[in-house]
Design a protein around this ligand. Structure first.
Ligand code: S3P
Length: 175
């Protein structure tokens, strides 16, 4: 049975690497944000606007408990998931957890390349974005570091680099 959870800051490549990893292992891929937005029929920014961040974190925890029970999956969680409640301990109790670790520069670059809407990053200039990431990582890193494995990721701007990360994860997990 393969149950892998990818975690890390926004823009670390959790979804990109997760999809490629799942395809390579022949198991389904789930994204926790997708799970939440499908179940509640609202986008993440809408949930933040309607319920506040605290409300979002409650739904996120609830959906994590559903999604993480599946067998043979790769799941990518949201950037904040490991940092609330006992989510990190819960994930470690039933999955191989992998922290995709990247520098603030790489994270900011990925976020600029991507099209995803993140309410926590709304309206930030490129300089503000990197400073904000740096500050947030100080508080989040202790949670992320509890993952069973850590993979350092650099700029994931080609399919070859994404496949390299997949290969490294499979080696780490002996798959
Ligand atoms: C968040 C990350 C987002 C999403 C929400 C909050 C965070 O997920 O859950 O916008 O607190 O870091 P991604 O990491 O997939 O962007």
């Amino acid at each position: 049975m393969v149950r892998i959870i990818l975690l890390g800051y926004m823009g670390a490549g959790k979804t990109t690497v997760g999809k490629a990893l799942a395809a390579s292992l022949g198991v389904p891929f789930y994204d926790l944000d997708w799970f939440i937005t499908t179940r509640y029929r609202r986008s993440v920014p809408e949930i933040f606007a309607e319920r506040g961040e605290a409300g979002f974190r409650e739904l996120e925890k609830r959906m994590l408990h559903e999604a993480a029970e599946f067998e043979d999956i790769v799941l990518s969680c949201g950037g904040g998931t490991p940092c609330f409640f006992d989510n990190m301990e819960y994930m470690n109790s039933l999955a191989d957890t992998i922290y995709l670790k990247a520098t603030p520069e790489v994270l900011a670059m990925h976020l600029r390349m991507g099209k995803g809407k993140r309410p926590l990053l709304e309206g930030k200039s490129p300089e503000e974005l990197e400073d904000y990431i740096r500050e947030m990582l100080v508080t989040r890193e202790p949670f992320y570091s509890k993952a069973k494995y850590t993979l350092d990721v650099s700029l994931l701007d080609t399919a070859v680099k994404i496949q390299e990360s997949v290969k490294l994860i499979k080696e780490m997990l002996n798959l």
